[in-house]
Design a protein around this ligand. Structure first.
Ligand code: ADP
Ligand code: MG
Length: 360
């Protein structure tokens, strides 16, 4: 296992990048702590695979260095990095049996037959393919082949890191949860450094200790699920994480108050913010009210989603979401919303502003 350091790393697929926009991965410094489980989360095209492939050595970055435990591996081939990588689509040997496919990474390293048999059996149980061990990979479904790919990624116990690039895309929905649980268990048992790429927030938040959120080629926040929920560092994080995501209001910020139109909103702290200023409020921190305090709002629709209700409101032409517990009855005279001050974050040009006198 290893600590992986990214030192001033950036990548452009163009031969002569000129502006920042030419970089698929913008400059980044980060240590992936040895033994931690990370999720790399972001929408399609934001640079997740680019970053993962630089770590595994499939891609040489146009700028910066990759270090494993302090050793520069920036230009070292994948084979020298002692890494297992699982891709979005299956990579299996069709003419080999499931057993031979799973054994391959071990046989390649000259491991003795009894130890190979033990590990293959164990991994076959994890991916629920014990009954098919002697079937040829050819003829199996894409789903089964992907499980073999996952198994091959998990079979070695001595790797520096395990990298997964959206590995459950072609897996049957009911099996996804099971496999994710197995990956988590593998992490608990062996403590490998794991990086799991996904565009699915539920997958990211349930799998990882730390979530690395990417947006437009940039790492915008690295944090625990709770940090991403309570203090989204960028409006994208607020909107992307949570269901529904954070609401944003254009607001003028004046110390410990925000002004939205002609309504004054008390903030939980004092702020100095310049540029395009907004406040972000998660649906959990929006309260319905009536009378003349708060921001004028009208209830458009209520959706029952099991354990809670989502209330869709119209606020000056903008749709705002609030959530309420299952049994909550929406008062008929609702005509305003108010915010719990501790649930308000302030943004300037999309980046969170730290309240004065507070630690970030
Ligand atoms: P993700 O995995 O988050 O979907 P990628 O890392 O694959 O994103 O892609 C990031 C950006 O780089 C995208 O704009 C994509 O079109 C571009 N890109 C990816 N691979 C290549 C390539 N081989 N050549 C040129 N552009 C690429
Ligand atoms: Mg990708």
């Amino acid at each position: 296992m290893a600590k992986i350091t990214l030192d001033n790393l950036a990548h452009s697929y163009l031969p002569n990048p000129q502006t920042e926009a030419d970089f698929a991965l913008k400059a980044l410094n980060h240590d992936w702590v040895d033994g931690e489980a990370y999720a790399l989360l972001g929408s399609s095209g934001c640079g997740k695979s680019t970053l993962l492939n630089i770590i595994s050595g499939l891609l040489i970055p146009s700028q910066g260095r990759v270090l494993f435990d302090g050793r520069d591996v920036t230009t070292a081939p994948t084979a020298d990095r002692n890494i297992a990588q699982v891709f979005q689509f299956p990579v299996v040997y069709d003419t080999m049996s499931v057993r031979q496919n799973l054994a391959f990474p071990l046989k390649n390293r000259g491991m003795d037959a009894a130890e190979i048999a033990r590990r293959v059996q164990k991994v076959a149980a994890m991916i629920d393919m014990e009954a098919q061990l002697d079937h040829k990979a050819r003829g199996l479904t894409a789903d089964a082949k992907q499980k073999i790919s996952l198994g091959r990624g998990m079979v070695r116990e001595d790797v520096n890191a395990l990298l997964f690039d959206e590995p459950l895309t072609v897996i049957d929905p009911h099996m996804k949860w099971e496999l994710r649980t197995q990956l988590k268990k593998l992490h608990q048992d062996f403590g490998h450094t794991m990086i799991y790429v996904t565009h699915d927030q539920t997958e990211a938040l349930t799998f990882a200790d730390k979530v690395v959120v990417m947006y437009d080629g940039r790492v915008v926040q690295i944090g625990t699920p709770q940090e991403l929920f309570e203090r989204p560092a960028h409006t994208f994080v607020g909107y992307f994480i949570g269901s529904p995501g954070m609401n944003l209001f254009d607001a003028q910020i004046d110390g410990a108050q925000a002004r939205i139109g002609d309504v004054t909103v008390p903030l939980g702290g004092s702020y100095a913010a310049a540029g395009r200023t907004q406040i972000g409020v998660r649906p959990e921190f929006i309260q319905l009210s009536s009378g003349d305090a708060g921001i004028p709002a009208s209830v458009r629709r209520v959706e029952d989603v099991g354990r809670h209700k989502i209330i869709r409101l119209d606020v000056g032409g903008q749709t705002i979401n609030a959530v309420a517990p299952e049994g909550f009855e929406i008062p008929a005279d609702t005509n305003r919303i108010t915010f719990a001050p501790e649930g308000i974050n302030v943004y300037a040009d999309d980046w969170r502003v730290t309240p004065q006198g507070a630690a970030a």
